[in-house]
Ligand binder design. Structure first.
Ligand code: TYD
Length: 334
């Protein structure tokens, strides 16, 4: 296949991420927005697009709390615009048979809300109960995709994944933020009591699941994808500290754990996420290859081995402004 990579290059996008592609001749980068209907219609026509894998989204909960409007635009209106382009080219203009096309939508476990300790993990049958503006915008986009399948016969699949981590992740998310702050000997901000639980999925395992759903999953279905690693945030932060004590000891010989700083909690902070990935395991034979121990080791190694990537991100003024906006005003609690 040939991949046309459409990206608006907003704050989290970077051409640095495309430097080590294994087969660059099968990839074309296109700078543009999923909010531009005419532009999207032209792309479908020009490149005879038969498959969409829709990753484009605003995805950081803290940003959705400080500025929800952009989430409504990109995640809801953007998904609608992309669906309209696919409907026009595939169905209204009848350029392909339904069996030749697929609209795959990438979504999140956050549409399901929050779990109490001991409650069973979410399945594909769990009702939606989004808590943050981010989660609500993703829930809305999932519903739009489903409705285009039901109403217009658009062949779609949806995957709801748990928290991703791994190489190239923008350092606003917990794991890369902690790795980079620890390397620079800056405070490691832990929200609230640090006992919130997430279900950590290595990005390579996520991508292998998406590929399976695209190639083997029936149209009109959804699958939950989870890493089946569910430690508390504090355990993640401590594990990263311990790995760095081995890989890159501090100049003064102190433990990285001493940099941990408890800060004021995120408003409406979801306590626990857990995905039941039984359906994709049973029906498509998927399973995660990374456990959290080797996944975190591999991720820390990647950030240590790519200082030029880190430098390019650090230089972005927007990133510095974000750190100041989200962290400088967050009062310390311990
Ligand atoms: P995050 O990576 O923002 O993902 P999400 O909110 O989608 O789960 O955060 C993961 C967890 O880590 C979440 O419980 C919030 C917490 N967290 C911190 O404790 N400190 C931080 O600086 C960040 C960014 C997150």
């Amino acid at each position: 296949v040939h991949v046309f990579n459409l990206d608006a290059l907003t704050y989290a996008g970077s051409l640095e991420n495309l430097k080590e592609l294994p087969s660059p001749e099968r990839h074309t980068f296109i700078n543009g927005s999923i909010l531009d209907q005419e532009f999207l219609n032209g792309l479908f026509q020009k490149h005879q697009i038969d498959t969409v894998v829709h990753f484009a989204a605003e995805s950081h909960v803290d940003r959705s709390i400080l500025g929800p409007g952009q989430f409504v635009q990109t995640n809801i209106v953007g998904t609608f615009t992309l669906l309209e382009a696919a409907r026009k080219f595939w169905i209204q203009e009848n350029n392909f048979q339904p069996s030749q096309t697929r609209f795959h939508h990438i979504s999140t476990d956050e549409v399901f809300g929050s779990l109490a300790p001991g409650e069973p993990a979410w399945t594909e049958e769990t009702s939606y109960a989004p808590n943050s503006p981010y989660a609500a915008s993703k829930a809305a986009s999932d519903h739009l995709v489903r409705s285009y399948g039901h109403t217009y016969g658009l062949p779609y699949t949806i995957t709801n994944c748990s928290n991703n981590y791994g190489p190239y992740q923008f350092p606003e998310k917990l794991i890369p933020l902690i790795i980079l702050n620890a390397i620079e000997e800056k405070p490691l901000p832990v929200y609230g009591d640090g006992q919130q639980v997430r279900d950590w999925l290595h990005v390579d395992d996520h991508c292998s699941a998406i590929h399976l759903v695209l190639t083997k999953g029936a149209a009109g279905t959804t699958f939950n994808i989870g890493g089946e690693n569910q430690p508390a945030n504090m355990t993640i932060v401590e594990t990263i500290c311990d790995i760095l004590d081995e890989q890159k000891p501090r100049a003064n010989g102190a433990a990285h754990r001493e940099l941990i700083q408890f800060v004021k909690d995120r408003p409406g902070h979801d306590r626990r996420y857990a995905m039941d990935a039984g359906k994709i395991r049973r029906e498509l034979g998927w399973h995660p290859r990374h456990n959290l121990t080797d996944g975190l080791l591999n991720t820390v190694d990647w950030y240590l081995a790519h200082p030029e990537w880190v430098l390019a991100i650090r230089k972005q003024l927007e990133y510095q402004a974000w750190l100041a906006k989200n962290y400088d005003t967050r009062e310390k609690t311990a």
